[in-house]
Design a protein around this ligand. Structure first.
Ligand SMILES: NC(=O)c1ccc[n+]([C@@H]2O[C@H](COP(=O)([O-])OP(=O)(O)OC[C@H]3O[C@@H](n4cnc5c(N)ncnc54)[C@H](OP(=O)(O)O)[C@@H]3O)[C@@H](O)[C@H]2O)c1
Length: 286
């Protein structure tokens, strides 16, 4: 995937410290587009960074003129910031949501159902507001995002494998996954922002391969230079082990074991057709 040079400038990147943010800034800078990066805790004194909080009612006062906005921050923070961004000139918006808006609607964990609802509500609010105010929008919904050593999904699995040397799964781990690299998402966002056909549309963005949870774990072993050592536990035993280990595994939920048996797959055909989305296969290297 190559960058495009038809973006409306200046460019603002919300959530620039996110997993995708660093890759997106690098790609935009490589195109000589001088993005302005937003964070509540800007790293260093780099002139390209802006200290701003999307929930600040006076946000507009600190914003520079802007043409295209990339939003990598939680999408539910965006609706309240839209008037300020438009007041500074925003005419094009590419905002990241998540396929969790679909996959977590029936989760047994209430907090996950709340996230699914918040994602869906924010998407609807953005489409409606932008439609009423002449801003061309595109919503991108990634599946599970990884960036070696930095994410809370694949890299977390790698850290667990390093610690335990053997990976326990709930049952055979037959549920399908489509891990997508953060740098591919950065490239995809630039392509989407440059494609007129992608205006006022939402796309599911998945990785280049669909593989079982077990196969995904085997690739993580390979990425660590280790021979896969995976043990399938009966789901009830896995659930018990997870409950006992929960204090040492921040973010672990009771739904994790059950989910290993479930397919979490989506179709990226529309993104491939409309803006040339072509993500890499899953071969992480740690
Ligand atoms: N991680 C995944 O597997 C996954 C999967 C699907 C979709 N997504 C979506 O993809 C996007 C990027 O995900 P990620 O995991 O890379 O994000 P992340 O690491 O959690 O980063 C979130 C970003 O939002 C910014 N942010 C949070 N609150 C803010 C506020 N009040 N004002 C301004 N900025 C604020 C943070 O900036 P500062 O802290 O620097 O201010 C940070 O850069 C998000 O929209 C996420 O929902 C993630």
């Amino acid at each position: 995937m190559n960058g495009q040079d038809s973006l409306k400038t200046p460019i603002l990147v919300l959530g620039a410290t996110s997993l995708i943010g660093g890759f997106l800034l690098d790609r935009l800078r490589a195109l000589d587009l001088a993005p302005i990066a937003v964070s509540r805790r800007p790293p260093g004194a780099d002139l390209g960074w802006l200290d701003a909080d999307l929930s600040d009612p006076d946000l507009v006062d600190g914003l520079p003129p802007v043409g295209t906005v990339f939003s990598l921050s939680p999408i539910w923070l965006l609706p309240q910031a839209l008037p300020a961004l438009k007041a500074r000139g925003m005419s094009r918006l590419v905002a990241f949501s998540s396929t969790s808006r679909f996959s977590k609607t029936a989760s047994p964990v209430a907090a996950e159902r709340a996230v699914a609802l918040a994602l869906a509500d924010a998407e609807a609010a953005i489409a409606a507001w932008c439609g009423d105010n002449g801003v061309a929008w595109t919503i991108l919904r990634p599946t599970l995002i990884y960036a070696e050593g930095r994410d809370g999904n694949v890299s977390r699995l790698a850290a667990l494998i390093r610690r335990l040397r053997v990976l326990p799964l709930s049952g055979p781990g037959a549920g399908l996954r489509q891990p997508v690299h953060a740098d591919d998402l950065a490239a995809g966002a630039i392509l989407a922002a440059s494609a007129a056909i992608a205006e006022d549309c939402a796309y599911d963005l998945v990785g280049g391969e669909t593989l079982t949870y077990r196969a995904m774990a085997e690739r993580v072993f390979e990425g660590l230079g280790r021979r896969p050592r995976i043990v399938s536990l009966p789901p009830a035993l896995f659930a018990l082990a997870l409950r006992l280990a929960a204090p040492f595994l921040p973010g672990a939920t009771s739904a994790m074991g059950d989910r290993m048996a479930k397919d979490l797959t989506f179709d990226d055909a529309a993104a491939r057709r409309d803006f040339g989305w072509s993500p890499r296969d899953f071969h992480p290297r740690f």
